[in-house]
Design a protein around this ligand. Sequence first.
Ligand SMILES: Cc1cc2nc3c(=O)[nH]c(=O)nc-3n(C[C@H](O)[C@H](O)[C@H](O)COP(=O)(O)OP(=O)(O)OC[C@H]3O[C@@H](n4cnc5c(N)ncnc54)[C@H](O)[C@@H]3O)c2cc1C
Ligand SMILES: *[C@@H]1O[C@H](CO)[C@@H](O)[C@H](O)[C@H]1NC(C)=O
Ligand SMILES: *[C@@H]1O[C@H](CO)[C@@H](O)[C@H](O)[C@H]1NC(C)=O
Length: 500
Amino acid sequence: MAEKERTFRFVVVGGGIAGVTCVEQLSSQLPSADVALITAGYHIKAVTNYKQVSKTLEEFDVEEKPSSILEEKYPNLTVIHSAVKSLNTTSHSVETDNGRIFGYEKLCICSGGRPKLLTQDNPYVLGIRDTDSAQEFQRRLSTAKRIVVVGNGGIALELVFEVEGCEVIWAVKDKAIGNTFFDAGAAQFLIPSLEAEKTDRVVPCKRTRYTTEEPAPGAAQTFTADGNSQAHGSTATEPGSALGPDWHEGIVLRGAEQVSRRVCLEYQCEVEKIFTPQELLNSPQQTLNPENSKSWPVYIQLTNGKTFGCDFVVSATGVVPNTEPFLHGNNFALADDGGLRVDDQMMTSEPDIYAAGDVCTACWEHSQLWQQMRLWTQARQMGWYAGRCMAAHALSEPIELDFCFELFSHITKFFNYKVVLLGKFNGQGLGPNQELLVRCTKGQEYVKVVLSGGRMVGAVLIGETDLEETFENLILNQMDLTPYGEELLNPNIDIEDYFD
Ligand SMILES: Cc1cc2nc3c(=O)[nH]c(=O)nc-3n(C[C@H](O)[C@H](O)[C@H](O)COP(=O)(O)OP(=O)(O)OC[C@H]3O[C@@H](n4cnc5c(N)ncnc54)[C@H](O)[C@@H]3O)c2cc1C
Ligand SMILES: *[C@@H]1O[C@H](CO)[C@@H](O)[C@H](O)[C@H]1NC(C)=O
Ligand SMILES: *[C@@H]1O[C@H](CO)[C@@H](O)[C@H](O)[C@H]1NC(C)=O
């Protein structure tokens, strides 16, 4: 490796929430330390309107801002716009895409993740990850009559709810929607939202082939011409930051048709194969006639045997940690999910190297009430805590795992409902050793409590339940709730009176 251009005390890679929070923490805690933020994109993600809702619940907005905002605020911070292409842990240096080499005393990798795509290099398969790919999605949706959404996480949920004017076939691998976030009961509660207001209704999918579909030559042709001339942006080499909770805000997700929402669910299936019209034509098991197969630019076969034609497929099946540039020549311990393993001080297995956010996997012994999920809140918490650990280690001070890792908590919105998730909200890892209490008022609220050994270990609150703080306390203090039995969810009792 060539000469280092400059050596910084702290180098942070990645301008997403984790990296920016880490840099801010380092710069405000040690204002005279020289800190560098190396990031691929031009914009950084900034947390705004941060609000601590309760002991562990937090709410904030995320805004894309020019990086100069940070440099103005922290004079000893240098922002370098380039992607890191390699890391030499021996010489303590990173090299960027444009060949610059920077040394570090301590490094924090916050390079996030990229969408797991169903297939590489298929122009009809889109992943949604950053602003660019969201815009690409919107552009292509505007001429689409039918899309297939594959995946069952938060992105898929929001997408299906927000898209108008285009039929959506939604393929989920589980028995219920939103499996990452809640159980079948909560899913049942939410399903009517897909039928409400702007939609026609949710139609059960009975169709197995295309005989009666009205061909859509106009839209398909426009799209084909367009799609061919378009390099697909989602696998670009310089990834932007992941989008946050309101990624679709200000983006109209409207398809080519006048109809409002029309969602068709396919449960318990995955993608078997993605076909071009030509491949479909030549495949022996298909009975499609040529006119019909010409109607759609792409076909997708699911493991339940059904085949659908559509304008394009959206792959929303999770993320893969962005680790590649850092691995070559080094010895990072990786977790099963591909993330960089970090301990309770956010340290990787390589000396002086930390990691935070979607790129890392929390491998300390978790609190019984916490689990890692690649979410906004955790990216902020990890970035913040990693910054504090780096500063503490630089000053040879001790530091303890932060309280925010005691209890999993997340506030979000699905289908316009407020959703609060606490602890082992889905009974994660509890097996048969759990008891559930549920209270549900159709169209209004869904409350689920997970008890284990008479103690509350998790909760799902959908709607304006106003129970989050009380339940958070009950989970944190692990009080024996056996005497209360089902009264715990009796809506006529003000539960706060019980425990204050
Ligand atoms: C469409 C969408 C919707 C989402 N909705 C929600 C939601 O509602 N609620 C929620 O909590 N979470 C949501 N998430 C997840 C959330 O966005 C992520 O968990 C979070 O943004 C992770 O932050 P991060 O800082 O770890 O990574 P990222 O935000 O991905 O940032 C990574 C940064 O690293 C940079 N980078 C990558 N590689 C390199 C390199 N080699 N060199 C230099 N820089 C590099 C990138 O440019 C980027 O700036 C959503 C994600 C998506 C994609
Ligand atoms: C920047 O660092 C220098 C020394 O490294 C220090 O004197 C100066 O006060 C720092 N600036 C701020 C704003 O803290
Ligand atoms: C890393 O740096 C060390 C020490 O400078 C050097 O010997 C080694 O060749 C470098 N490794 C790579 C892959 O460049």
